[in-house]
Design a protein around this ligand. Structure first.
Ligand SMILES: [Zn+2]
Length: 288
């Protein structure tokens, strides 16, 4: 009887220990060698050293921070999150670089979608995904209410400095976004009759995924890749797309291979799966 009780107590302790280790959040702990040694092997066999750098980009009276995370060797792709209110994609990307290695740059500017700053006391606001072309900068400034030639120039220089640094060693970019899967923004928005129909030359929509979860790409090769894997995909029409100053438009103009990984807010599992599915692309490109 005593042996049985001891056995029971040991089993309960083991279950509690297991549950504790399952909720171990290795990302938010400093990955020192001590912590790595303590991390149970069944939770994170691939726990790797995370290199972190802070890059700073001045804009008016503000300094916008970009945090660069890197695990293992730097490959040709860079993941980039620019909307500070989209956080599922940040968690997904951190998980993916732990798993596969790679570089991830996260813009931090106060937790909002837009970046606000002042020049000569005047408040301006821009969407950080509308600042990569000269035309786009003017439109986004006017959209938020104040415009001046000075602000136009400052924002354009800021955008160019940002992409020059982010794309410095990269041959392609994976923009990381989250959306609310609304009637005005989902994969259907790019299909025939959708709000952004004109911007896309092809769409592939599967019924096995949510319509807020999709890839938006600038090359035929990427589009085919996702379509063959039965993953929602939109191919940007690089010649006819509206110049809204987005990174997708800039990359289309500059012939920089670009993938936008869109997932609904909170769809962490789905977005991680999407990023996992994408990994063979680097292997394909490396062979060329
Ligand atoms: Zn976004």
């Amino acid at each position: 009887m005593l042996k049985l009780t001891i056995l029971l107590l040991l089993s309960i302790s083991a279950i509690f220990w297991w549950r504790h280790t399952q909720s171990w959040n290795f990302w938010h702990t400093n990955p020192t060698p001590t912590l790595q040694a303590k991390a149970p092997k069944n939770v994170s066999p691939s726990l790797k050293e995370i290199k972190e750098e802070i890059w700073e980009f001045p804009l008016g009276d503000k300094v916008v921070k970009a945090v660069m995370y890197q695990v293992g060797d730097y490959k040709q792709e860079v993941y980039f999150n620019m909307h500070d209110n989209e956080n599922t994609c940040v968690d997904a990307t951190k998980q993916i670089i732990q798993e596969f290695g790679g570089r991830f740059v996260e813009l931090q500017h106060g937790g909002a979608r837009e970046i606000s700053f002042r020049i000569n006391g005047v408040l301006y606001k821009v969407d950080p995904n509308r600042i990569y072309t000269y035309k786009g900068v003017e439109a986004t400034l006017r959209n938020y209410g104040s415009y001046s030639a000075e602000a136009h120039e400052a924002v354009y220089q800021f955008g160019q400095a940002l992409i020059a640094k982010i794309l410095a060693d990269a041959q392609m970019v994976v923009a990381m976004h989250n959306n609310f899967n609304t009637k005005t923004f989902s994969v259907y928005s790019f299909a025939t009759g959708g709000v952004f129909d004109v911007d896309a030359s092809d769409t592939f929509i599967t019924n096995t995924m949510g319509s807020g979860d999709f890839f938006y790409v600038t090359t035929e090769q990427f589009f085919k890749f996702f379509k063959e894997k039965n993953i929602n995909a939109v191919l940007q029409d690089n010649s006819n797309v509206t110049d809204d100053g987005s990174l997708a438009v800039y990359c289309g103009q500059q012939n920089i291979p670009y993938i936008n990984c869109e997932a609904e807010h909170g769809h962490l599992t789905q977005q991680v799966e999407m990023l996992r599915a994408m990994q063979p692309l680097w292997a394909t490109k490396n062979q060329k």
